[in-house]
Design a protein around this ligand. Sequence first.
Ligand code: HEM
Length: 435
Amino acid sequence: MSSPSDDDPRLPRGRLVERVGLDANRRAEQLAFFDLGAEDIARLAAHRPAAVREVDDVITRFYDHLLRFPDLDRLLHAEPGRLERLQALQRDYFLSLTDDPTALDHVEARLRVGYAHQRIGLDPAWYIGAFALYLRLILRQLVVERGDGATILPTVESLVKTIFFDIALAVRTYIYGGYVTRHTAETLERAATVAADALRAREETERMKDELAAMVVHDLKNPVHGILMMTELALRKGGDLPDAHRGYFQQIAVTCGEMMRLIQNLLEIAKIEEGKMPIAREPIALPELVRDIIQELQLTATQAGRTLGARLPTALPNALGDRALVRRVLVNLVGNALRHSGSAHVEIEANPGPRASEVTIAVRDWGRGIPAAMQERIFEKFASIRRSPADEPIRDTGLGLPFCRLAVTQMRGRIQVESTAASTRFVVTLPAQDE
Ligand code: HEM
């Protein structure tokens, strides 16, 4: 259901009853506290004809009183026609005093009137004082109507005045003492503590998970290395091995190499993230490094039925970085391209630039491209992304590219992917050594 505030930009959207925390239970509690019930509803309704008779007189007296005070006079005459408009509104308000005060719509309408006054910055003491005035005028009217009780009226009026004055003073102490600000601050502080505790608990769990993962990974390294050594030994010594067996051993060696790469990635990501990995800043001759890598991955390429090549310019400045780390970044990128792009050929290129103080090394394939929406996500940890729905994942480990980005960033470089349906380039840019 739409509410009047949906059209009026000065009012908050949605119903005020909920916004000020007066849900059904709270409303019932307040009504019980004020002892407002069926009897009052009936009495108020019975008073309606008298209210109609007296309304004009009450409204006139009400504003006569307010207009005696310069601040209120100014406010009531702040714009042409305001006073006349208010007198009409006040008339409706006065008559609605005989409506059922427990009805939800009635409570909402009252809150809106209160909200309008706080919005125009009316001091609560004026506002509460005006209610006292209202009450006095009504009581006076009642006595005149009924023709009795005239003797107690002055005392009732004085009591109403002094009690409402007390309320206005009490409201002042709330405001002066910063009750609202304090209450809000306390609520915020409690919320902040809860959030901080939750965050700490989460960090602790994350830390324990990381530690456990690092331990498991570390313990895996030795057995995998053992298998790799034995397989390589078998391949070297077993000259008379049947071709099929030699093929199996080669497959085992490649798989073990992959596992070692995964383990290394995991361990190094953890070390870099904890700031425990010293990162060298040494000159790296890229042509030499690229040739090494091609040699290292030749077997993987042949097994996958791919070819691996390099395109190197004759003159290229040295890169500045950690040689072992750059090597591992490239092994990851080339490994991924060989296994997951579907390209028959993979090429490593090195080039000066794009800025004078930089060099780039790119790994290029002509296989399935990486959709634009995924190009950033592939560098996130454990984001298993596929080049197309039917494909195997782009990366087997889920850690190769996050490792590359972390390592390259640590060496003050950057890594980017440029991919179309026809070809993909992972470009690593590193600082160049000054000549
Ligand atoms: C018994 C106390 C009061 C009642 C019942 C009352 C009632 C109302 C009502 C029904 C409205 C219309 C609200 C709306 O736009 O929805 C209104 C607005 C207004 N009231 Fe009062 N009022 C009271 C006290 C005062 C006092 C003491 C002042 C001081 C001058 C005042 C100044 C105004 C002004 C300036 C507006 C116009 C706000 C605007 O332009 O939107 N009211 N009042």
